[in-house]
Ligand binder design. Structure first.
Ligand SMILES: Nc1ncnc2c1ncn2[C@@H]1O[C@H](COP(=O)(O)OP(=O)(O)OP(=O)(O)O)[C@@H](O)[C@H]1O
Ligand SMILES: [Mg+2]
Length: 226
């Protein structure tokens, strides 16, 4: 069975340079839109395993640390992972809202990290239809009205259309590129697809770099708007 290890460095090692890097990411997102702050932020990438979920949980932890009301929506409907990152059972969530008409408030999990979670629950048929539904639009309105920040964990853009559909629901997309895994051609192609879909690309994050080896490079290159 695949064993996933989700490092929430902002919570586990708050004084580490890695945690500091996520604080810098949050600050850069804030600086990228001073007048109209990004509230609903999608985390996506070109391919699987680039570091989207890890970025989502750490960014949410930075907002929680700043005393902001933050929720993570697990919109990786075909391969949900947020429940694993928070050691939860994925038995209640979006599925119950969409299929069983359960009220959103009853499905939101309040984690001890002060991050709220909306998991997927059971597998949802035809995610590409659900993501364009009125119910999901109402869900996004609900979280906008009740949270300071909404982090949307999303699938990679090159594997399913879901990521493009999600980008129509959010204020902006943070694009994760793994220095070890993402092929340059894939990263470029993914970005092109988002742009062709008029997605609002907030910026790119380079993940999985060896901080010791690249300390200087890290500071400069870590975050730069395309
Ligand atoms: N910044 C990072 N530094 C080192 N390892 C990382 C980093 N981010 C993620 N990883 C590792 O890469 C693997 C994939 O991470 P993660 O699940 O966050 O990626 P993902 O893009 O969400 O994957 P998927 O497409 O399957 O949802 C995990 O084992 C994780 O520990
Ligand atoms: Mg993921």
């Amino acid at each position: 069975m695949e064993v996933f290890e989700y490092k929430n460095v902002v919570i586990e090692t708050p004084n580490s340079p890695q945690a500091e890097a996520y604080r810098k990411l949050e600050l850069n997102i804030r600086m990228a839109s001073i007048d109209k702050p990004y509230q609903v932020i999608q985390i996506s990438s070109a391919s699987p395993e680039d570091g989207k979920t890890t970025t989502a949980i750490n960014l949410a932890s930075v907002y929680a640390e700043r005393g902001k009301k933050v929720i993570i929506l697990d919109f990786d409907l075909r391969r949900p992972k947020i429940h694993r990152a928070f050691h939860k059972i994925n038995d209640l969530g979006l599925y119950d809202y969409i299929v069983n008409d359960k009220p959103i408030e009853d499905l939101i999990i309040k984690d001890e990290s002060k991050i709220d979670l909306l998991l997927t629950g059971n597998m949802i048929d035809s995610p590409h239809v659900i993501l364009q539904s009125k119910k999901v639009a109402e869900l996004i309105k609900y979280v906008r009205d009740n949270y300071d920040y909404v982090i949307v964990d999303s699938p990679p853009v090159l594997t399913v259309t879901d990521a493009l559909l999600i980008s129509n629901l959010v204020d902006g997309v943070v694009y994760v590129v793994s220095s070890k895994k993402t092929k340059k051609t894939q990263a470029k192609l993914g970005l092109k697809q988002f742009k062709e879909n008029n997605a609002n690309m907030i910026g790119a994050v380079l993940s999985d770099i060896d901080m010791k080896k690249n300390a200087d490079y890290y500071d400069y290159y870590y975050y730069r708007k395309e």
